[in-house]
Design a protein. Sequence first.
Length: 349
Amino acid sequence: MSSSETDPTFGMFTCAHGAEGIVKEAIAEKGWRLSFSRPGFVTAKHDEETTLPTDIFIRTASKSLGSGKSGDADELIDRLIEKLSGLPLPFDQLHVWPRDRAPIGRFDFEPGSDEVSRAVATRIHERLGPDHLRCATANDVAQPSDRVLDVVLVDPSHWFFGMHTASTLPTRWPGGVQPVAPEHEPISRAYYKAAEAIAWSGFDLRPGDLAVEVGSAPGGACGRLLEMGLDVIGIDPAQMDPRIANHPRFRHYAARAGDLPRRIYRGAKWLLVDSTVKPDATLSTVRNIVESRETSIRGCLITMKLGDYERASQIPRWRREVERWRPEKIEIRHLARNRCEVCFSVTLR
Ligand SMILES: C[S@@+](CC[C@H](N)C(=O)[O-])C[C@H]1O[C@@H](n2cnc3c(N)ncnc32)[C@H](O)[C@@H]1O
């Protein structure tokens, strides 16, 4: 069928503040024509009816239903209601979130809902009611196949409306950000990053399994692993927080990973790497560990520091390097909690 015979597709995408350039390049290569964008938010049109693209740096993707601009929230909700006429209703879920207003970690910025978007979500949910929405509250985690109505606050008075069908875990989380309720105050933000990496990877971490983290200080990620009931080894020349160091299921090697004998990894099923080391050096350390006869690692979650987004061009080369280890599966994602870095999830045979 020629393009003139199908309806165009309008897409809206969110990503980290600063990653929009890479998202634009990735979708333009797939035939999308770029339209309105802001840091952390991209819209585009495809001349044909097509599925939404995926990419390492795309955090959320929705079919766009248009936008509204007003200082009055109720006016914007009227506009949203107009856009919904003619669509199959009700939606299963309502997800409302703001675009990232700063790079992750800068001024302590973290992605996800904020006070304004939570108030807006409550108001939209109230106004739309059961004719439009099946969910009892806004911003619940969607089930696979749920139809989700998306509202992105590009600014508090400029909203974009869209919809998507939930499938993978990140598409089920409101705004692609995992809702996490820590048992204790996390030791560092790496707690959230590890929680997201573990959930996204689908690795079957079980209580009693042994996990090793390279680059473990001060201990946010180890805190998550301990909370999940694992035995944990942390490798880092820097000191661990005493709450982790004194935990009965934790052992610390105060050294650089490359300086330790392979036997300390014996019995470990899971390897997490989050050291401030250049990606090529990180990969050679991990290769030495996973290819050793003394180890039997099942899955690795490797944080690859980019430094700046231009270095994302190296990702295919790093992927080829990991392919040499003959893994069963490699997945790569710019996690919502990643700064300028990506996570490689590597399933080993
Ligand atoms: C981003 S921090 C890790 C945060 C940690 N994952 C957490 O959950 O709190 C990076 C760490 O990498 C460590 N590091 C740097 N080079 C290393 C190496 N060769 N081996 C092990 N750790 C290293 C640094 O000492 C630093 O503590």
